[in-house]
Design a protein around this ligand. Structure first.
Ligand SMILES: Nc1ncnc2c1ncn2[C@@H]1O[C@H](COP(=O)(O)OP(=O)(O)OP(=O)(O)O)[C@@H](O)[C@H]1O
Ligand SMILES: [Mg+2]
Length: 276
């Protein structure tokens, strides 16, 4: 089975064969017994792996104590990333011992970091038995990850929507913004950059699309120009695209299903690489 997981710091997004696609909040909290059952529906998960157990997804909102903050994923390439990816594969319906070819995105600095790659390869390649409890019951499955591939995160958006000769792609995430340019389908390093902040890193009074658009404008107005063909991906793509239009960018469009764009692009890249 081919599988793509974009393990974002706000949402985990996944795409598999036959139109399988979805997302869940990248929230995780150690499991504890509650007085009343908190798992409802298939969205709430308690995941047991290697003798430890966690709540993952929407349900975390209902198990953190009053003083506890929602444990959003602060970094990528960590143990949490491994758990989110396994949970995503389970949700995608990976069968027992069906070999999985997996691609996952890493933000630029981590994409080139051998330590992160090795850690994830060691942790993910091979067999994993997970026990998942949802509001609908319990399921134990052995997932077999045959191959793990990495892709540069922002590039996924490009592959979801190949553009004309010169395409500019913005991926506005919760902690990162990728601004990648592709010229004749090749990455253009000189015109591309990433920002180490995203929508959730901003102070409350700056947490609005117009502020984000002004910051992006400061970076791209001279580099790209206001008539550049720009495609926007990420959870707040539509709002940011509209704000950029208000600043005079005429050729900016939010990619349809923009939050899933990276995951769809990663899946497409994998399909092409595997000749499917
Ligand atoms: N349903 C929603 N309602 C409100 N805000 C949302 C929703 N979905 C996403 N967002 C906002 O969009 C932002 C970006 O979401 P996205 O899924 O692109 O982030 P991410 O990929 O998890 O982050 P990163 O790429 O930085 O790791 C989030 O910070 C969140 O605040
Ligand atoms: Mg993202």
């Amino acid at each position: 089975m081919l599988a793509a997981v974009d393990s974002g710091r706000a949402y985990v997004k996944y795409v598999g064969p036959n139109g399988v696609a979805g997302k869940f909040p990248a929230w995780i909290h150690p499991y504890y017994e509650t007085e009343l059952d908190v798992l409802s529906g298939r969205e709430d998960m308690a995941v047991e792996y290697n003798g430890q157990r966690w709540y993952i997804g929407e349900v975390v909102d209902r198990v953190v104590d009053a003083g506890g903050r929602q444990q959003k994923q602060p970094q990528k390439g960590t143990q949490n990333t491994v758990l989110f990816i396994l949970a995503a594969l389970w949700k995608m319906g990976a069968h027992d011992c069906d070999p999985i070819q997996l691609v996952t995105g890493l933000p630029m600095p981590l994409y080139k970091d051998e330590k992160t790659r090795n850690m994830l390869k060691q942790a993910l390649e091979g067999t994993h038995t997970i026990r998942v409890t949802t509001g609908e019951g319990e399921d134990t499955r052995t997932l077999l990850i045959d191959e793990l591939h990495f892709a540069a995160e922002g590039a996924g958006a490009f592959y979801s929507r190949p553009a004309n000769a010169l395409g500019h792609f913005l991926d506005v995430g919760s902690r990162t913004i990728h601004a990648h340019v592709f010229k004749n389908k090749r990455f253009h390093a000189g015109l591309s950059f990433s920002c180490a902040w995203g929508f959730d890193s901003l102070k409350e009074n700056h947490k609005n699309p117009d502020y984000v658009a002004r910051q992006i404008d400061g970076e791209i107005s001279s580099k790209w120009g206001r008539d550049a063909e720009i495609w926007v991906a990420g959870g707040v793509a539509h709002e940011v695209a509209a704000a950029l239009q208000r600043l005079g960018y005429e050729n900016v469009t939010a990619i349809p299903d923009s939050q899933m764009a990276n995951a769809y692009g990663l899946f497409k890249m994998l399909q092409v690489a595997k000749g499917g």
